[in-house]
Write a protein that binds this ligand. Structure first.
Ligand SMILES: *Cc1c(COP(=O)(O)O)cnc(C)c1O
Length: 245
């Protein structure tokens, strides 16, 4: 990748994007869902700002990052671009101020303290409301309960209520990563089906919470079949990451 000229990298990203969009088209058709119900969010983590710039040139409008240390300088370098930034990683409260300088949405809201910190910072900074998604930890429905982040399904509604009532925050929906352990391990279809049930319950009390953020490079078809509205795709667009994160 580092040896490619910018024109070559642009061509590579164009090809990869077209392939991912074709997969999304096919998955929507298979699920009899309108194509415009699904938004592609490109996860640019570990890749340079120059790639984000090329993606914007190719029409990408939604990008995601999972570490503030990498995302903050990248967002600063790209602030002239018409991009919406999604934060999808574990968020420590001491990073909230930095993240809220660029992120329009946080997909990884998973605890009360984080809700309080986000709300306080939005109010203090006077910025526009930030969209919040409750991250659901589907693996926590197991006795082992090994956490990849996310609140237990039984606690989603209480946390959603808190977000909805918090000044400066908007409850946009729910997010999950297909679990590696527990009853849904290696079964993304069932995992995302469970997420869809939870999403629907949340929408029952909060009709505006329409986002279901699910599906990555390996399982976007299963996510779209289960009703995902936002797929988060890294590898299939940018290539395999040098380090696992
Ligand atoms: C890295 C990451 C993705 C993208 O994963 P790929 O398999 O590279 O498509 C999606 N969601 C989250 C939360 C991530 O951290």
């Amino acid at each position: 990748m580092t040896n490619l000229t910018s024109a070559e990298r642009l061509a590579e990203l164009r090809t990869n994007l077209a392939a991912v969009k074709a997969r999304i088209d096919a998955a929507c058709a298979a699920a009899a869902r309108p194509r415009d119900e699904v938004t592609l969010v490109v996860v640019t983590k570990t890749y340079p700002a120059s790639d984000t710039r090329l993606l914007a040139e190719l029409g990408v409008r939604d990008v995601a990052e999972n570490r503030d240390q990498d995302a903050a300088p990248k967002a600063e370098e790209c602030k002239d671009l018409p991009l919406s930034w999604h934060f999808v990683g574990q968020l420590q409260t001491n990073k909230v101020r930095s993240v809220l300088r660029y992120a329009d949405r946080v997909h990884s809201v998973d605890r009360l303290r984080l809700v309080d910190a986000l709300s306080a910072e939005v109010v203090k900074s006077g910025r526009a409301d930030v969209g919040c998604l409750i991250q659901v930890g589907l693996e926590s429905e197991t006795p082992e309960g090994a956490h990849r982040g996310g609140v237990a399904p039984s606690e989603v509604e209480a946390l959603a209520e808190t977000v909805a009532a918090a000044p400066g925050l908007r409850l946009d929906g729910v997010m999950a990563v297909a679990p590696l352990v527990g009853p849904f391990a290696d079964d993304p279809r069932r995992a995302f089906g469970r997420l869809a049930e939870i999403a629907s319950r949340v929408r029952g009390t909060h009709p505006g919470a329409t986002m279901v953020s699910a599906g990555m490079s390996g399982d976007l078809e299963e996510a779209i079949a289960a009703g995902a509205t936002h797929v988060r795709i890294g590898t299939a667009v940018l290539g395999a990451r040098p380090t696992l994160r």
